[in-house]
Design a protein. Structure first.
Length: 235
């Protein structure tokens, strides 16, 4: 961990790049995650499945097109009601995958049922899937990523973390700038998604959290602001 900057040094460089501490704090306030109570009170498992599915379809595709068709996805897949989706026969899934109102990609459509099954399986342990996620320890968020990758469909790589962020679950992301930071400091030297690299990054975020009161989401954005060529500003 001796290669890791202190939070104070990281914060100061980001503030210098973004026009001062006041501006930086405004930018960081835009990525405040929901509290556990807020997540439990506002999210239901159908919304989790919807978020997973949207990120799967956005991966490698124009996000705007997915967004414009999303109401059709909601209608076609019963507002992502898990029980109804799990009752769908295979031929119905195939037929829906050919509907021009949605994005016609059968391999991605199949993930809806697969991920509904993952969530249903977890519900059998006596809690909702959203409760399962929000009770996952933040100091091992990479463990939740691994769970989604292993038990879900197409939720590996950045897809699962981006879906969590969209839901308001606290997580860092592995954007280009964040990867560049950890490589520049020789904290990551191999593949970004290896267990060794992910643990080193998680340990870094855990260390920073002992030095400040920022969430993982805010710290993730802070690293990006302190690194690379991003041009996000307050307007």
């Amino acid at each position: 961990m001796d290669k890791l900057e202190s939070f104070k040094a990281l914060y100061q460089r980001a503030a210098d790049r973004k026009g001062g501490k006041q501006t930086l704090n405004l930018l960081l306030s835009d990525v405040s995650p929901f509290s556990k109570a807020e997540l439990k009170n506002t999210l239901t498992d159908d919304r989790v499945l919807s978020a997973f599915t949207k990120k799967i379809f956005q991966s490698g595709f124009v996000w705007r097109v997915v967004e414009n068709k999303w109401d059709n996805f909601e209608e076609s897949f019963f507002q992502f009601n898990l029980e109804k989706i799990l009752m769908m026969p295979e031929e119905m899934m195939e037929r829906k995958a050919t509907d021009p109102k949605i994005i016609r990609n059968y391999n991605k459509v199949k993930t809806i049922k697969a991920n509904a099954q993952m969530m249903f399986n977890e519900q059998q342990n006596g809690h909702s899937f959203i409760e399962f996620m929000i009770n996952w320890p933040a100091d091992n968020i990479i463990g939740l990523w691994a769970y989604l990758k292993k038990n879900g469909a197409r939720l590996g790589g950045n897809t699962g973390p981006y879906a969590l962020r969209a839901l308001g679950v606290d997580t860092f992301l592995l954007t280009r700038d964040i990867e560049a930071y950890f490589r520049a400091h020789d904290i990551v030297t191999g593949g970004i998604q290896t267990k060794t690299s992910l643990k080193a990054i998680q340990d870094s975020f855990n260390q920073w959290q002992t030095e400040c009161d920022l969430s993982l989401s805010q710290l993730s954005r802070l690293v990006a602001y302190a690194t690379g060529d991003n041009n996000i500003q307050v307007t």
